[in-house]
Design a protein around this ligand. Sequence first.
Ligand code: PLP
Length: 282
Amino acid sequence: AYYFIDGQFTKQDEIKISIDDRGYYFGDGVYEVIKVYGGELFTAEEHISRLFTSAAKINLAMPYSEEQLIGVARELIERNNLLDGHVYMQVTRGAAARQHHFPVPAVPAVVTAYTMEGSRPKENMKNGVAVKSVEDIRWLRCDIKSLNLLGSVLAKEEAKAAGCEEAILHRDGIVTEGSSTNMFGVKDGVVRTHPVSNLILEGITRQVVLQLCDELNIPVEEKAFTLAEAFQMDEVFYTSTTAEVMPVITIDGQTIGDGQRGEVTEKLQKAFATKIPSLCKQ
Ligand code: PLP
């Protein structure tokens, strides 16, 4: 398979990454995961635009334009004959002798990207998954899609060790999001989710789902809910590029609603699937 690094399309065994790359030392960079359906990028402009926003928030100068990066993603898909899966793309502040402050003089950012095959998690989307509540110990700039993912790594590992698919993160008793997903609850027909703030990543799938709610006349409150409230929801689900709309069946072993994929969740899943072709077009 081809990888993109330093402006070139390269085979894996020819890749050279500097030991001094700040991504390696500090997680000093940002990234994106863009879904590919039938060889087409899904919501590509939204993802690339978020990559630029994340980069700007850490004062990282992007060495390419948005159009160029979409071109890179497309060429990778073509070269690797990818049908279903995703494109991973990351940008680091470059390679320089290890010092915490930005390199002086500045060095070029390092952009890398590759494709990964993967199919939609249809089984879990139908049957739902178990999640574990984990305290949200991440930093206060979760709005940046940063390579610094230790808080998310530890949360996901804790969930996995408990036999769960995802962690439901809570800060001071308030549900923020999942370790790599946005969390939603449904109570009396109203969809609830944490508002956009520094405490969550504004998911592209979250945006799509909120749009779908609007189109389906499902009322939405972008208002945080507590972990205690989460247990009392009729439905809980989470969203992400790879998970799409994922029903949550249990939290900490406690059944949510009637223990099956909820009505609103299923409606949103169906609407999401219908929307895929139009959101693949640029
Ligand atoms: N929240 C966090 C912390 C994430 O890492 C992600 C995706 O990786 C999401 C939410 C979901 O974002 P998206 O729907 O854009 O994939």
